[in-house]
Design a binder for this molecule. Structure first.
Ligand code: ADP
Length: 296
């Protein structure tokens, strides 16, 4: 099933245009929505989850007209918001049981079976009797995903689930999302390039309410291949290079700074060609956008 978003716009009060004519076609699998803080990711996620209305635009999930038929969408939706509350003194299995009851699983045996299967799926079976107040960030997120999966959704929306997780917990969560994508379209928002690089077959970059790119990560990387150059410079030369070249990133390294520059032709002056990665793509897109806005 495909999620189709057409010309979606949303403003908050005067001046803040959180979504500006956003159109996306999202195929099955894990889709990565990448963007800096304030890009509009949460606004888009909440709109898709039918928690708020856009000013204009259309959304279809398969044959469901999401804005006209929010009830139909909710029946097949799992949504993990950025912040969600849990009762700290409840055990993990009690928590899931509670949410399963709220979701309408009122038959005891059926609910017990579902809770058990979910605890196993998100790898919390061993700690099911522990109080969730003592859970690590990663365990908490996996429990949140189990809650979102109670209704066996066809569309799972997860808003920045890896924020604040250590690398091992992050990997475990990304593996889980990959598994889930066998049964549901998974829409993952993140400000971490690595999340998208590691698990998303398709992605979009959102910046200041605009979709600045969409496609397969490899496609986006191909688009700047042959135009990326690198040079090690002294730390105090950085500003001078920024005025002379299209610097997309600079990173301090031992004894100096490495700058990455986009240029159609060899800039000479000691630059060497560089094989781009997804982070270069991302910085390049965000730099281009700033140039368009005149704020660069
Ligand atoms: P992201 O999730 O990418 O960080 P958000 O969707 O949270 O982006 O925010 C996009 C923009 O809309 C930001 O400028 C933010 O300050 C603004 N915004 C978000 N929610 C509200 C709200 N409820 N009221 C007013 N402004 C908001």
């Amino acid at each position: 099933m495909t999620l189709r978003i057409e010309h979606l716009s949303k403003s908050y009060g005067l001046g803040v245009r959180a979504l500006d004519d956003v159109s996306l076609s999202i195929p099955a699998g894990v889709f990565g929505l990448l963007g800096p803080n304030g890009a509009g990711k949460s606004t888009l996620m909440r709109t898709l989850a039918t928690l708020q209305q856009p000013d204009s635009g259309r959304i279809h999930f398969g044959d469901i007209d999401v804005l006209a038929q929010p009830g139909r969408l909710r029946a097949v939706l799992g949504y993990l918001p950025q912040d969600f509350g849990l009762y700290p003194t409840m055990r993990a299995d009690e928590t899931l049981d509670h949410f399963a009851t709220l979701k309408g699983l009122t038959r005891d045996a059926e609910r017990r079976e579902r809770v058990q299967a979910l605890l196993q799926q998100v790898n919390l079976w061993e700690v099911r009797a522990q109080r969730v107040g003592g859970f690590s960030g990663g365990m908490r997120q996996r429990l949140g995903i189990a809650i979102a999966l109670i209704g066996a959704p066809r569309l799972l929306i997860v808003d920045e689930p890896t924020a604040g997780l250590d690398p091992a917990e992050r990997n475990r969560l990304l593996d889980l999302l990959t598994d889930i994508a066998g049964d549901a379209l998974v829409l993952l928002s993140t400000h971490l390039v690595e999340d998208v690089r590691d698990i998303c077959a398709c992605m979009a970059v959102l910046d200041a309410g605009h979709v600045v790119a969409q496609g397969a990560p490899e496609q986006l990387i191909d688009a700047i291949r042959g135009r990326l150059w690198r040079k090690r410079i002294a730390r105090d030369e950085r500003d001078a290079y920024r005025t002379r070249y299209a610097v997309i990133s600079s990173r301090r390294v031992a004894g100096g700074t490495t700058v990455h520059v986009v240029s159609e032709t060899d800039p000479g002056n000691g630059f060497s060609p560089l094989e781009p990665d997804l982070e270069d793509v991302y910085f390049h897109l965000l730099c281009d956008r700033k140039a368009v806005d005149g704020s660069h």
